[in-house]
Write a protein that binds this ligand. Structure first.
Ligand code: NAD
Length: 422
């Protein structure tokens, strides 16, 4: 969607303006919080393997450093736009503030389809991006991390290029590194695991007296979807539907799918949709293949969009049957749909809270890198749990006091923390 970055940016700006007005901040405050401090735009020429030179475009939006260094991922995608990067950086400012970690918001991107590059070309592109960004970043200024289509290998290439330019070791300048290269234990599962901590906190506040296990449908079975499924299953919930980009599977009699089996089958077959009940993925007799659109409207207790932005819109909002939605992807529900669902008593655990586990463990990786001392996985996950529970409690309390939905409350909590520095 060519326009989705602009839509996301306008929605995020509107949410900030509305929240600021509700808590009594003026237009000057709104302007200061909305406007990014700096957006860098780079020409990135690289030599292709055939000897020709191609120039790519890269961005880094350094949205806010009010609460600490800019923090946010770098995305490699053909649909990256300046507006999308700006919107995502703004949401990072809100997310780090909701999580109450001493960091601000940033985001980067390169307009490229990484699948069209060889490994060597991808490495050169990553290195030149880090090289161009190096005067404007560092462990106390701006700390990039992986995002869509970037990974620990790319972080290592970027960190090497950055350290070479600066002529010093500075592992805390990037997070999301492999553990062997100074990454943190627990980072891999952090986002999905953190989402389930937030969900459990929500359920405990609701005092649900439903005895049978709650049923969950998850769209997207990548890093976030898989670890969410695993942690939710460990908490006694039944994952009854999962999907990836090629479609999904549904256990319509409520019997639980086994996330590990689904993953093994996906790896073997290349997609989830062909996996139904193969190799003991489930023990249900009422299983069927479903499309991604069907997954969103299943009669389940909890719906978890964990793939893309803008999947719940005015087109399907009236068909949503789940009473709880956990936004594990960034921005999976459009503003119009959110307002409709909230009005119809659907509880939405917002992205800036639900998926904050990722940035929280990135923060813990940064702390470990700076002090040169590493914690065990148990220690990391314990700290993550404490931070997630506190963030949830702050947002929940605000929503109860002001009688507003959780996303509105999260934005109010974030803005009040930012206001302290203005
Ligand atoms: P990923 O690349 O590991 O997985 C994405 C999954 O979505 C894959 O299973 C893919 O097949 C699926 N998918 C792609 N297109 C789809 C479609 N049209 N319909 C259904 N499924 C589709 O990515 P991830 O790291 O799991 O991230 C998922 C979402 O969570 C993104 O929105 C990301 O921004 C957000 N997020 C991730 C983290 C993190 O730590 N990884 C942190 C915060 C937010």
């Amino acid at each position: 969607m060519a326009n989705s970055g602009k839509v996301m940016l306008e929605s995020a700006q509107q949410l900030i303006a509305d929240a600021a007005k509700r808590v009594g901040f003026d237009d000057q405050f709104i302007a200061r919080v909305i406007m990014p401090e700096r957006i860098l735009e780079f020409a990135l020429p690289i030599k292709m393997d055939d000897g020709t030179v191609k120039v790519y475009k890269g961005y880094r939006s350094q949205h806010s450093s009010l609460r600490g260094p800019y923090k946010g991922g770098i995305r490699f995608h053909q649909n990256v736009t300046r507006e999308e990067v700006e919107a995502l950086s703004l949401l990072m400012t809100i997310k780090t503030s909701v999580a109450n970690i001493p960091m601000g918001g940033g985001k980067g991107g390169i307009i490229v389809d990484p699948k069209s590059l060889t490994q060597n070309e991808l490495k050169r592109l990553s290195e030149i991006y880090a090289d161009k960004l190096s005067p404007f970043m560092g462990q106390d200024i701006d700390i990039p991390a992986p995002d869509v289509n970037t990974n620990p290998t790319i972080m290592k290439w970027m960190l090497d290029a950055y350290e070479q330019k600066k002529e010093k070791k500075e592992p805390a300048a990037f997070t999301g590194k492999a553990v062997a290269h100074g990454g943190s234990l627990g980072r891999e599962e952090a986002t999905g695991y953190g989402g389930v901590i937030a969900l459990q906190e929500l359920l405990s506040r609701l005092h649900s007296n439903k005895q049978s296990p709650l049923t969950i449908a998850i769209q997207g079975f990548g890093n976030v979807g898989y670890f969410f499924a695993e942690a939710a299953g460990n908490n006694g919930h039944h994952i009854v539907a999962v999907s990836d980009s090629k479609g999904g599977i549904y256990s319509s009699d409520g019997k639980a799918l086994d996330p590990q089996m689904v993953l093994a089958c996906k790896k073997e077959q290349g997609s989830i949709s062909g996996c139904y009940c193969s190799g003991g993925v489930c023990d249900s007799k009422k299983g069927k293949q479903i499309s991604n659109e069907e997954l969103l409207t299943l009669p389940v207790d909890i719906l978890v969009p964990a793939a893309l932005e803008g999947v719940i819109t005015s087109h399907n909002m009236k068909d949503i049957k789940a009473k709880i939605i956990v936004e594990m992807a960034n921005g999976p529900i459009t503003e119009e749909a959110r307002e409709y669902l909230v009005h119809n008593n659907v509880l939405i655990l917002p992205d800036v809270l639900a998926n904050a586990g990722g940035v929280i463990v990135s923060y813990l990786e940064w702390v470990q890198g700076k002090q040169g001392y590493w914690w065990t996985k148990e220690e990391v996950l314990k700290k993550l749990e404490a931070l997630m529970k506190t963030a949830f409690a702050d947002v929940w309390t605000r929503s109860q006091e002001a009688q507003i939905d959780l996303k509105s409350a999260a934005f109010e909590v974030a803005l009040q923390r930012l206001a302290v520095y203005l």
